[in-house]
Design a protein around this ligand. Structure first.
Ligand SMILES: [Ca+2]
Length: 409
């Protein structure tokens, strides 16, 4: 197998543990991710972005526990298997397009149908955790554009291709010469509710670049659909929207238009951050919560062996995080006072979870890279139901994490 998928932590101890855990898996990284998924249907006019939490009004309200949001129920159903390192998936019309990191081959799928290739993104170079990473989609009039963030021989770039008659057209370069390297390539792209394109760029194993506002490494970028700098960006004349990040791979907006992002930590803490324009999220000065007023602390943080966050989605009141290292799906809801509550799902059952999004059937879809010996990556679909009042005991098929327990808030 020419390409293997693994997450990159900075410490030698982690690498030893990782190699032990994953056997012969090679030395590539798997941090990049795209999160346009949950928004694309909105942009394409398929489904509403805002979903009322009224459906959950009957939930019992235990003090301090979530009374909004949705949770996966029943057993996930396999939509497709044998994908080659799937990285990002985005609904486009009645299909879902999926990127494959090592090859650049984009496949289209729908429930009950055989997946098919719609084109290979040219110039993709897969080294380390780089390769064909994030996808996003934008409908402009009768035209549908598919955006792609991918690695080249000289860094990363964002391109777009017209998608018509089920085939990707010629490549237009939107943003060239993004920082890149063998590790920490970031790679998620997503259109925000403001119609702007957001991108996560890793610090490319050059931690000091995260605090350098003249570098695009270790940042969340905000650009117009053609790659220009919006006049209202927080730093005049710059694509930089937020900084002090290590290897962010997840972007999602809630119904208030608030942007959330994950950050893949070093050896200690992985993060869920509430993103403010121009905000500094601390890396490499602070990993996780530092309590330093110069930096914005994460809303939640996880021990890295439980998380390794890649894709992020917001669906009907719940944030879902794809956990690579932890080989699980995480859900985060907020209680009436805004305190986050996290629960783990499918721990170890489907291997490394790379991406998560609201699928074309209104169910929650998630993308896995499989486990060692598995035939390949797969996409699974699971029904969502109003979140029950959380109780601090394990339930069938999922583990719950209660306040002040394993998860630091
Ligand atoms: Ca941070």
């Amino acid at each position: 197998m020419p390409y293997r998928d693994f997450e990159d932590r900075g410490g030698a101890g982690y690498m030893r543990r990782s190699m032990l855990a994953r056997g012969a898996y090679g030395a590539a990284i798997a941090l990049v991710r795209i999160s346009v998924i949950s928004l694309a249907p909105v942009l394409l006019g398929i489904m509403p972005l805002v979903v009322s939490s009224d459906t959950n009004a009957q939930s019992s309200n235990l003090p301090g526990y979530p009374d909004t949001g949705v949770m996966p129920v029943d057993t996930p159903v396999q939509i497709v298997a044998s994908l080659d390192l799937p990285w990002s998936a985005v609904p486009v019309g009645r299909e879902v397009l999926v990127s494959q990191r090592g090859t650049g081959d984009i496949v289209a799928l729908r429930p009950g149908a055989t997946s098919r290739s719609v084109g290979v993104v040219p110039g993709v170079v897969a080294r380390g955790d780089g390769g064909m990473l994030g996808l996003a989609a934008l409908a402009q009039g009768a035209e549908v554009w598919v955006y792609a963030y991918h690695s080249t021989t000289s860094g990363n770039r964002i391109v777009r291709m017209a998608y018509s008659d089920g085939v990707l057209g010629n490549v237009q370069v939107i943003l060239d010469s993004l920082p890149g390297g063998r590790g920490h390539n970031g790679g998620r792209i997503a259109f925000g509710p403001d119609g702007m394109l957001y991108a996560t760029v890793g610090e490319t194993r050059n931690p000091d670049l995260s605090q350098d506002q003249n570098s695009l490494a270790g940042k969340i970028l905000r650009m117009t659909p053609d790659g220009g700098i919006p006049a209202d960006n927080p730093i005049k004349g710059s694509l930089v929207y937020a900084f002090g990040l290590r290897n962010p791979q997840g972007l999602a907006w809630d119904e208030d238009g608030q942007l959330w992002a994950t950050d893949f930590g070093d050896d200690t803490w992985d993060e869920l951050n509430r993103i403010r324009p121009g905000g500094n999220y601390g890396w490499p000065v602070v990993e996780g919560r530092g309590g330093n007023p110069a930096y914005i602390d994460p809303v939640m943080q996880w021990h890295t062996q439980e998380m390794g966050p890649s894709g992020l989605a917001y669906v009907r009141g719940t944030l879902f995080i794809a956990g690579l290292t932890g080989e699980r799906l995480w859900s985060v809801t907020m209680d009436a006072t805004g305190n986050p509550q996290a629960r783990a799902h499918y721990v170890g059952q489907y291997g490394r979870v790379r991406d998560v999004f609201e699928g074309i059937d209104g169910k929650l879809w998630f993308v896995t890279n499989g486990r060692r010996g598995d035939p390949g990556g797969q996409i699974l679909s699971v029904t969502l139901a109003p979140a029950p009042a959380a109780r601090c005991t394990p339930t069938d098929g999922s583990a719950q994490v209660c306040p002040n327990d394993e998860v630091e808030r």
